[in-house]
Design a protein around this ligand. Structure first.
Ligand SMILES: NC(=O)c1ccc[n+]([C@@H]2O[C@H](COP(=O)([O-])OP(=O)(O)OC[C@H]3O[C@@H](n4cnc5c(N)ncnc54)[C@H](O)[C@@H]3O)[C@@H](O)[C@H]2O)c1
Length: 431
């Protein structure tokens, strides 16, 4: 049988089932998109809560409303295990790629591949969408499947990076150019033909490794530029100048300048993690990257910068660690999201608690409670004029749209603004 031609003709008639492995921030929107384009979707999710919610067609992300899941017809099925994986024509892996002791942790991908490999059949297309270092698809997937299949002839493998920006572009991911790559020319062609059904613009990469590297480059570019602009913030502060004012001036240059804003430090599943993937692999290849290391350090140093502002205010109003009242606004790593993975405001609160500050609270409309260092659990404080009036230092860490900024300013005594929401004056400093 000619598996390649067979796949193409089945794809043309959309008689194929798309299996999405890992229904998280990446997998769920992708599954929704595939269902919208009339593909039969199988979603694989091992987390019991998410699995139950999927079966009730309910969303577990604030940035994805439950009615988006109405697109899942009766044909859409969800599974906790991989027993029926052979029924899928396409499998897309959207599993987490975290760090473990500062090293890439590919255990989710490796263990899933080990589980599904015996069940895979000829004629399937398997695509990795998780972010990882160049060489991952070849080393962890192709090499494992090489003994069972004639890759590129009777089984197809690709890598395609995911560019979703949760809370920002989730509703229009189909408009974002999609980078795709394949183990062989035929693998690439099948990936292109499939993704053309979902995305408006497809960008072909020369190899799996070029595509994998390009994803890391995109995120390292952000990490380095955010680190750079955070350093500019430290310097501007020494001059008593406002970094946001400087930025808005520089940003009028019509060429050669791309704006990056400073903040409380980086967070989430990508920016703090992906650079470490390339760093680690690069060191393994005998090259020590400097930019990656430096930007990671500076982005972490913002915590100490904000801390120095807290200490100076504490001294100025003649208070101390045991009586100063601090309120952090926004602890999600990014605005309008409920995601606290590697969140900089959470890091700041942990830091303050470790330094034995007694009254540290937070308010976040998306996160009702959170566990901090030393197993300290805190509930989000409801913002009121009374709370703000009683607080000595308000720190605007994450600028959710739900905050009433005029109200906050009116009733706060002193604000450390990490997001450039307010103009500087007697009671506003940058953090
Ligand atoms: N979140 C983003 O904004 C973003 C953007 C681009 C790329 N990425 C990359 O995409 C990948 C996935 O990220 P994410 O943010 O969607 O992660 P996530 O943690 O939100 O989702 C992963 C899902 O996989 C599930 N899972 C874990 N092991 C499983 C298994 N063995 N079987 C079935 N399900 C399993 C988890 O329960 C979870 O629901 C990562 O490599 C990440 O770096 C993420």
């Amino acid at each position: 049988m000619n598996f390649y031609d067979n796949f193409k003709s089945r794809l043309k008639s959309k008689k194929i089932a798309v299996g999405v492995i890992g229904m998280g921030y990446v997998g769920l929107p992708l599954a929704i998109l595939a269902a919208k384009k009339n593909f039969r979707v199988f979603g694989y999710e091992r987390d019991s809560h998410r699995f139950k919610m999927l079966n009730k067609r309910k969303s577990y992300f604030t940035n994805i409303p439950s009615n988006s899941l109405n697109v899942f017809s009766k044909k859409t099925k969800f599974f906790k295990r991989f027993s029926n994986i052979s029924e899928c024509d396409i499998l897309i892996i959207c599993l987490p790629t975290p760090l473990k002791k500062n090293r890439p942790d590919l255990s989710h991908i490796v263990s899933s591949i080990n589980l599904i490999a015996p069940k895979l059949r000829k004629g399937q297309l398997l695509i990795l969408e998780s972010t990882s270092y160049p060489g991952t698809t070849r080393e962890k997937i192709c090499e494992k499947l090489n003994s069972k299949f004639n890759l590129g002839k009777d089984f197809f493998v690709g890598f395609s990076s995911e560019r979703i920006n949760p809370g920002i572009n989730d509703k229009k991911i189909d408009k974002i150019p999609k980078v795709v790559s394949g183990y062989s020319h035929k693998c690439l062609n099948l990936c292109v033909k499939f993704y053309k059904n979902l995305f408006n613009h497809i960008v072909k990469a020369r190899s799996l490794e070029h595509a994998e590297f390009s994803k890391l480059l995109e995120n390292i570019y952000r990490s380095v530029n955010i680190g750079f602009i955070n350093e500019m913030k430290f310097i501007a502060d020494r001059f008593n100048l406002d970094i946001f004012e400087i930025l808005s001036l520089s940003n009028t240059k019509p060429y050669g300048f791309s704006r990056f804003d400073p903040g409380p430090g980086v967070g989430g599943h990508c920016i703090p993690i992906d650079p470490q993937y390339l760093y680690w692999k690069s060191v393994e290849k005998g090259f020590n990257p400097e930019f990656i290391k430096l930007s990671a350090k500076i982005n972490l140093d913002v915590t100490k910068f904000i801390y120095s502002k807290i200490v100076s205010r504490t001294k100025k109003i003649k208070k101390n660690k045991s009586n100063i009242k601090i309120l952090i606004l926004g602890i999600a790593y990014k605005k309008n999201l409920d995601d606290i993975r590697a969140s900089a405001p959470v890091r700041l609160i942990d830091y303050l608690l470790d330094k034995k500050f007694k009254f540290v609270n937070y308010s976040d409309p998306f996160i009702s409670s959170c566990e901090f260092t030393q197993n300290k659990n805190k509930n989000s404080v409801k913002l009121s004029s009374q709370i703000l009036k009683k607080t000595d230092i308000v720190i605007l860490a994450t600028d959710h749209d739900k905050f009433n900024y005029n109200f906050i300013k009116k009733y706060s005594r002193f604000i450390i603004d990490c997001r450039g929401k307010y103009n500087l004056d007697k009671k506003i400093v940058r953090g």
